[in-house]
Design a protein around this ligand. Structure first.
Ligand code: HEC
Ligand code: HEC
Ligand code: HEC
Ligand code: HEC
Length: 496
């Protein structure tokens, strides 16, 4: 489980989204949670604004959306978060490897500076090769530092180098067709050619006509010359001196380097970017209040919820990339929340005590404010599953839509950019889409509720799948208990 860092990333993902929201001091109210349906209508109406206006996503440039853009200048802003997600996957780290938590524009961490240099190297290499195959993942493969060649090679190659030491003649005096490596001592030749074969996992004939090594008939030999020049260019322009980049760094034993992470086996077949379902308006439609009423009835009714004071949920969090970790959620009505994810790195906790939100993980303890705190609050309400207090005049039935096998009524909240899908047969809420203002422009957060089970007179979804363009993960619970005594102190921020 050395990849547990991914889990920390996943746990804070919705938070990360909201951290991003706070960027330009945009005090957009975020109702990014399933909680709005179950509890938040009243609160929303009070502060309602015409949030739906201009909901067409409009991409700004990166430097307009963020504070300290150097390498992504001129690129559309949405690309920044995609790049960040790719960086983290490629290096097997979380955001805080390169960033000061919550202050992404700061350049305090050396890794951020290195990442800029690396990005320039990737750009330079791809330009040089007229290719797009050089990527962070290609060299890093999920490690902060690329793996060096196996130790055994080093011994073997060192031995070859030693044997060749006496022959200091320039290679071109010894061999017939030396173009790129002019001046290299001939004694190093065998060592170098052996390094080529090992780095690419091929034999000499991959590049050479057997017995006629001087011939340039094989395209791979020409390509290898180009690669030698590329390494030289990287040393000169990026490292400004000797470089640790060699054939193995990119090739890692394969003639064709890898550019992207493999799609993990066993990951959900659903793509991370779910298309919104198509809405039809055929046949008679119920009123919004009828739909809400049948939802309330379906989940057990407000009276049943009123009897519940606390809820403890135990299960797991699982990302589409395959990473998973135990997850426990403690909720106390109306809005206290504690989420604990167990990782070998010491765990990650986020909590809301009704007033303040905080977060604790391997990077330390931090208070969360603004939109982040609001997010946790609505998450708390959602997990508490409190009864509705909807002012139904603020809802509008848009039509019907199919979600897989299920037919649903589609309802928009006029006070917020939120759309909900209710199962026509069961009345249950199956999906909620929300438009949130991230720095890169508007983006959509989708939550899908699955596997409703009845317990103590109320129905609870055992599974919640969160999707935002570029990533998605699922909370699954297999143990839920009600009215367990939870000390209020557990929701309080620990003293440092
Ligand atoms: C490997 C290092 C690395 C990792 C990991 C990383 N970033 Fe970045 N991030 C950078 C670099 C470098 C920049 C600056 C880009 C530029 O100069 O154009 C940046 C810039 C940003 C910015 C723009 C800040 C501003 O206002 O200028 C945000 C936001 C951001 N990153 C978020 C994230 C998030 C969220 C994650 C985790 C999902 C993450 N980053 C992971 C290296 C990293
Ligand atoms: C050609 C191979 C190669 C590519 C491509 C590459 N890296 Fe690296 N990276 C390395 C090597 C080798 C090191 C080890 C230190 C050094 O030599 O500078 C490294 C080190 C780093 C470090 C410092 C590691 C640490 O200890 O924190 C960061 C951060 C990093 N790379 C980010 C990136 C990012 C982001 C990308 C894509 C934009 C990228 N790298 C692409 C080879 C590569
Ligand atoms: C990945 C491609 C590649 C592989 C594999 C490779 N070589 Fe080479 N070899 C080259 C290139 C490129 C040159 C020319 C270098 C130059 O122009 O400076 C070369 C040149 C040579 C020459 C000099 C030929 C002459 O007279 O000009 C010899 C000898 C040679 N290689 C031997 C070998 C042997 C032996 C192996 C297997 C252990 C091997 N090579 C594996 C790419 C390769
Ligand atoms: C910065 C990363 C990088 C480095 C360093 C690098 N390569 Fe490559 N190499 C690539 C990429 C990417 C491709 C695929 C190019 C393409 O098809 O667009 C490639 C392709 C090749 C090919 C053609 C493979 C085929 O199947 O025909 C050969 C041969 C090769 N490299 C040899 C070398 C040798 C020898 C070295 C060390 C001197 C080296 N490479 C260093 C990235 C690298």
């Amino acid at each position: 489980m050395k990849n547990y860092k991914h889990l920390v990333l996943i746990a804070v993902m919705p938070l990360t989204l909201l951290i991003a929201l706070d960027f330009q001091g945009m005090h957009v109210r975020v109702k990014a949670s399933a909680g709005t349906m179950m509890s938040g209508f009243r609160a929303q109406q009070d502060k309602a604004g015409p949030a739906r206006e201009g909901s067409q996503p409009q991409a700004k440039n990166a430097e307009e959306a963020y504070k300290n853009i150097q390498i992504f200048k001129g690129l559309p802003a949405p690309g920044v978060m995609r790049a960040m997600s790719f960086f983290t996957t490629s290096l097997g780290v979380d955001c805080n490897h390169c960033h000061v938590a919550g202050e992404f524009e700061k350049d305090d961490k050396p890794a951020k500076q290195t990442a800029r240099k690396m990005y320039e190297m990737v750009r330079l290499s791809n330009k040089f090769l007229s290719s797009n195959r050089v990527s962070c993942y290609g060299c890093h493969r999920g490690h902060a530092k690329p793996e060096p060649p196996p130790e055994a090679w080093k011994t073997e190659l060192d031995e070859m180098r030693r044997k060749g030491e006496e022959d200091q003649r320039p290679a071109e005096q010894v061999y017939k067709n030396v173009q790129t490596l002019k001046g290299l001592p001939a004694g190093r030749w065998t060592m170098l050619m052996t390094m080529f074969t090992k780095s690419l996992g091929v034999d000499c004939t991959y590049c050479h006509v057997p017995g006629e090594f001087e011939k340039d008939d094989k395209p791979a030999k020409l390509m290898a010359r180009k690669m030698l020049s590329l390494t030289g260019v990287i040393a000169r322009e990026i490292y400004k001196g000797p470089t640790s980049i060699n054939c193995y760094t990119c090739h890692q034993g394969k003639a064709q380097p890898v550019s992207f992470p493999p799609t993990p086996a066993g990951s959900s077949a659903k793509p991370a970017e779910t298309k919104p379902p198509e809405i039809t308006r055929s046949g008679p439609l119920p009123s919004a209040s009828q739909v809400i009423e049948s939802y309330q009835k379906a989940v057990g009714g407000t009276a049943a919820f009123a009897k519940l004071t606390t809820r403890v949920l135990k299960g797991s969090i699982k990302a589409d990339s395959g990473f998973t970790a135990p997850l426990e959620v403690y909720v106390k009505a109306p809005n206290k929340l504690l989420m604990v994810m167990q990782t070998p790195g010491g765990g990650a906790t986020v909590a809301f005590n009704g007033k303040t939100a905080w977060q604790k993980n391997e990077n330390g303890l931090r208070e969360m404010t603004g939109t982040e705190a609001e997010f946790l609050k609505s998450l708390a309400q959602s997990f508490a599953g409190a009864g509705l207090d909807a002012r139904l005049s603020n809802l509008e039935v848009k039509g019907k839509a199919k979600l897989g096998e299920r037919d649903t009524y589609v309802i928009d909240a006029l006070s917020a950019p939120i759309r909900m899908y209710f199962d026509i047969q069961t009345g249950l809420l199956l999906r909620q889409e929300e438009e949130v203002n991230a720095p890169e422009g508007k983006t959509k957060l989708t939550v899908e509720f699955e596997d409703y089970r009845e317990l103590d007179g109320v129905k609870i979804p055992l599974s919640r799948r969160w999707t935002r363009p570029g990533f998605s993960f699922t909370h699954k619970f297999d143990e839920i208990r009600h009215n367990v005594a939870i000390d209020d102190g557990r929701f309080e921020k620990p003293v440092q």
